[in-house]
Design a binder for this molecule. Structure first.
Ligand code: ADP
Ligand code: MG
Length: 573
């Protein structure tokens, strides 16, 4: 630390480049500070730093991170604690550009594996960013001294030593996370696809906030008696709530009665949530994929013939490509692409679906004959799909009762609470005289896997690699821009950051080699991540990997599928 202080007083007021000599490691009283990378100027992305505290000083006992759930939770907790201490101890921006800021990549309502913190039997390490202070391009050495040798030790002291953390909060955080993983793993055994605990708070504060609506304004969730199940988790013990069975579930109800809110909570149930989120005991099988219409998207050789055939001018739908999909073709492709990666639950909402993809009623059947309608609506394939692939569906549909015919479970949302009305719905539909005809062959078609062609995934713009993720919605990939705004289960910008580097990693490992299918490529990358950690996808070897949060293979596939330059060959068996 004295060495660091000396350098900083020596380079005070010198040109910014002199900061470069800071690169290296410095022993502080009870931790080591690593300066991995020094930014080029005060406006550039901030410098990359790490703090490593040996475990004999940090004092986190092994049982706090004894399995993957607990470890992810503890790492996440420490990141949040570090972030909170930054807010408290850092004076923040002072000087030019990003001078004086300290930042760590921190999650929100979800607990997701990230690269901001690593814990093991030897040490705790946080990876963070600091804007080295300057005025213009002139180094503010003494200000930097204050930041690195006063603020940072205080932040570390408060957040990286077990004795200084709120032990009951740490315990709860870890246990809630472990319970969620446990419950999620139980679903299959109970033949369920989702579980919503009684007492959950599903609505969010607003359309732009993911925080829970205040309890006083919320109707607390309660399962209909017929669907109530009791599951057992290791920490909380027995929990009661609604179990949604495998098969076809339709959620009906009047407008503004909470249908979409329930479906959104189910859709987010693939992630663990923080205590007091309100959805921390809403769990969904991890291969659940939200499906929506996405007009204008690019589609590359997807076999959508189970849903669409006989297009005008004889356009082929066995290897359907377009650079401008319609509502229905985009929704069909989204389904087939999800099945290609092994989705076992599809989630659809009428609010974001193409009507003609979902339904075609008996009146329409009389006026527009089958041979004039390319679309086999989802209603006529949803059971076939379940029959052949065991992929369940949960569908929100307040606008048509046609789906009663094919539903196993019908949930009626009434003033934000679900009731089971399957029998009543079946009775009504069966007593109808003028019923719609089924329009599908008895089989859902094959899922044709696709092999990406490496040269079509090009991260270069001219002679330089250009990859940048922007927020939740966008990746700049070479000369292309990937639009992820309709990929609704991405919840964290750091997942988008990881997605782009996973694609690069797959290229560099030669997993994208013109032989592996998309599903195989993603299997290999996630295998590597499981084995070596999420750090592995970073191309930086001498500096910390920065800010990644783990995406699922479905979201990585979604990005590749939306890369407009992508070319594939279909794998025919
Ligand atoms: P629907 O899809 O049935 O039209 P939404 O799910 O969009 O209805 O919900 C309508 C409104 O009600 C939203 O503003 C939502 O936040 C609110 N809401 C949903 N569930 C609850 C609840 N359990 N308690 C209080 N408000 C809720
Ligand atoms: Mg709705």
């Amino acid at each position: 630390m004295e060495k660091l202080k000396n350098i900083l007083s020596n380079i005070d007021r010198r040109g910014y480049k002199a900061y470069k000599q800071l690169q290296g490691s410095y022993n502080f009283r009870n931790f080591t500070l690593y300066i991995d990378h020094v930014q080029g100027d005060p406006f550039a992305s901030p410098s990359k730093l790490r703090i490593r505290v040996p475990q004999d000083k940090a004092g986190f006992s092994h049982d706090l991170f004894s399995n993957t759930s607990r470890k992810t939770a503890l790492q996440d907790y420490i990141t949040r604690a570090f972030n909170k201490s930054i807010k408290k101890e850092s004076k923040g921006c002072s000087g030019t550009g990003r001078s004086g800021i300290i930042e760590i990549d921190c999650g929100k309502q979800e607990i997701i594996q990230r690269t901001s913190c690593i814990i093991n039997n030897e040490y705790v390490e946080v990876r963070f960013y600091a804007g080295l202070p300057a005025i213009g391009r002139r180094i503010l050495g003494f200000q930097c001294q204050a930041m690195l040798t006063e603020e940072i030790p205080k932040i570390a002291e408060e957040s990286l030593f077990y004795k200084n953390l709120d032990k009951s909060k740490v315990k709860r955080f870890i246990e809630v996370c472990e319970d969620q993983d446990h419950l999620r793993n139980l679903l299959k055994e109970y033949k369920l696809v989702s579980f919503v605990k009684n007492g959950s708070i599903l609505p969010r504060r607003s359309g732009v906030s993911d925080m829970p609506l205040h309890v006083s304004k919320s109707v607390v969730f309660k399962s209909p008696p017929e669907l109530e199940v009791t599951l057992k988790a290791p920490n909380i013990g027995e929990v009661k709530g609604m179990g949604i069975p495998q098969g076809i579930t339709v959620i009906i109800g009047g407008g503004f009665h909470g249908k979409t809110t329930l479906l959104s909570a189910i859709e987010r149930g693939i992630y663990n949530h923080i205590p007091d989120d309100g959805r921390e005991y809403v769990v969904t099988i991890d291969s659940a994929v939200k499906i929506r219409a996405e007009e204008g998207r690019n589609i590359q050789k997807v076999d959508i013939s189970s849903f669409i055939s006989n297009l005008p001018f004889g356009k082929n739908t066995v290897d359907f490509s377009t650079s401008n999909a319609s509502g229905s073709t985009s929704q069909a492709a989204n389904i087939i692409e999800a099945l290609e990666c092994g989705a076992k639950l599809l989630l659809l909402d009428e609010d974001t679906s193409a009507t003609n993809f979902l339904i075609r009623d008996e009146i329409m059947q009389k006026i527009v004959p089958k041979n004039k309608e390319p679309i086999t609506p989802f209603i006529d394939q949803v059971r076939n799909m379940y029959g052949r692939y065991r992929t369940s569906t949960i569908l929100v549909m307040g606008g048509s009762g046609d789906y009663f015919e094919v539903a196993d479970t019908v949930l009626f949302m009434d003033c934000y609470l679900p009731c089971l009305v399957t029998d009543k719905a079946k009775k009504v539909i069966n007593s109808r005289r003028d019923r719609r005809k089924r329009e599908s062959p008895d089989n859902f078609g094959d899922i044709t896997e696709r092999i990406p062609i490496p040269s079509s995934i090009n991260p270069y713009k001219g002679r330089k690699k250009k990859i940048k993720s922007r927020g939740l919605d966008n990746i700049i990939f070479g000369v292309e821009s990937i639009d992820l705004s309709s990929v609704e289960q991405i919840v964290d910008p750091s997942q988008v950051n990881a997605i782009s580097d996973i694609i690069l990693y797959a290229l560099s490992k030669n997993y994208i080699n013109g032989k592996n299918t998309l599903h195989e490529i993603l299997g290999k990358t996630s295998g590597d991540i499981k084995e070596y950690g999420l750090d592995i996808i970073s191309s930086f070897k001498n500096q910390h990997p920065g800010s990644y949060a783990l995406p699922r293979i479905f979201e990585v596939a979604a990005a590749l599928n939306r890369l407009r330059s992508l070319k594939v060959i279909q794998k025919r068996n």
